[in-house]
Design a protein around this ligand. Structure first.
Ligand code: ADP
Ligand code: MG
Length: 245
């Protein structure tokens, strides 16, 4: 238990550092992007160099944004949230983009879900990352099937969310490395989505499992404890978080 504690303390220092650096990088980046756009217009980009520069600046921006999400778990308090609402809103955000890629996202809640103690924005980020990966895994189109249900286990009540795609799948040796930063197979990938998602789910005392068969598809399962409000946060922690606001 002591080792675990040290590990999470380390993560929080690294997280804070990452957020600090990311924040400082954002302003100069915005300026660079603006002036590059200006140059592209001014010289009508006869070379396409400015277009490439803009594309690369967008990429830095994407990475920086993912790092900022990484550090936020320590700052924002948990509130009672509705996983059903979170999933509905994420699906509606991603739907339009998915349709353009011939992908249909189908969400089916199996029964009424209890409220859980969570940070809604962070959970949204998790499901955006996972569902986007599912969509991106099906270049030829297909269906993303999402279900959510309440499960009773010896350890208490959990909300169990399952995201299934019919995509490329993940090779065995790759699965072990998922969640490590910068592990990506995509030309424009950051390899940060699953790392950030893992951290957020850990902060919710939940778990994530990935099963995949190359050529057939992938199932991502996320479990979130319902009674986290009572066991996870001590009164002191809640008071500390209130004080930070
Ligand atoms: P990124 O999407 O930027 O590459 P992620 O951390 O979201 O970074 O994912 C890391 C890698 O895991 C992806 O590049 C991909 O190879 C693999 N992956 C994740 N989800 C899926 C999925 N549903 N189907 C196939 N491969 C996946
Ligand atoms: Mg991704």
């Amino acid at each position: 238990a002591e080792e675990r504690m040290l590990r999470s303390e380390k993560l929080s220092v690294i997280g804070q550092l990452a957020a600090g650096v990311a924040h400082e990088i954002r302003n100069p980046l915005t300026a660079l992007k603006g002036f590059t756009q200006l140059l592209r217009t001014k010289y009508r980009d006869e070379t396409t160099y400015f277009g490439i520069m803009e594309g690369e600046l967008d990429r830095i921006n994407l990475i920086v944004n993912e790092f900022m999400t990484l550090a936020k778990p320590h700052l924002s308090p948990f509130q009672l949230g509705n996983v059903n609402d979170i999933l509905q809103s994420v699906v509606s955000i991603l739907d339009t983009q998915a349709i353009l890629m011939n992908v249909e996202i189908v969400y089916r809640p199996l029964g009424v879900l209890p409220l859980i103690s969570c940070n809604e924005n962070q959970l949204k980020q998790v499901f955006v990352n996972i569902i986007k990966n599912a969509v991106e895994a099906m270049p030829g189109g297909g269906e993303v099937d999402i279900t959510a249900q309440t499960l009773e286990t010896p350890d208490g009540q959990f909300i169990h969310i399952r995201i299934k795609d019919e995509g490329l799948g993940i090779p065995e040796d790759m699965i072990k490395r998922l969640g490590e930063p910068f592990v990506t197979t995509k030309e424009k990938g950051t390899g940060l989505g699953l790392m950030v998602s893992t951290r957020i789910i850990e902060a919710h005392q939940g778990s994530m499992h990935i099963h995949s068969v190359p050529g057939e598809g992938t199932i991502v399962e996320v479990s979130l404890p319902v009674r986290f409000a009572n066991v996870g946060l001590s009164l002191n922690q809640i008071i500390e978080e209130r004080a930070e606001e």
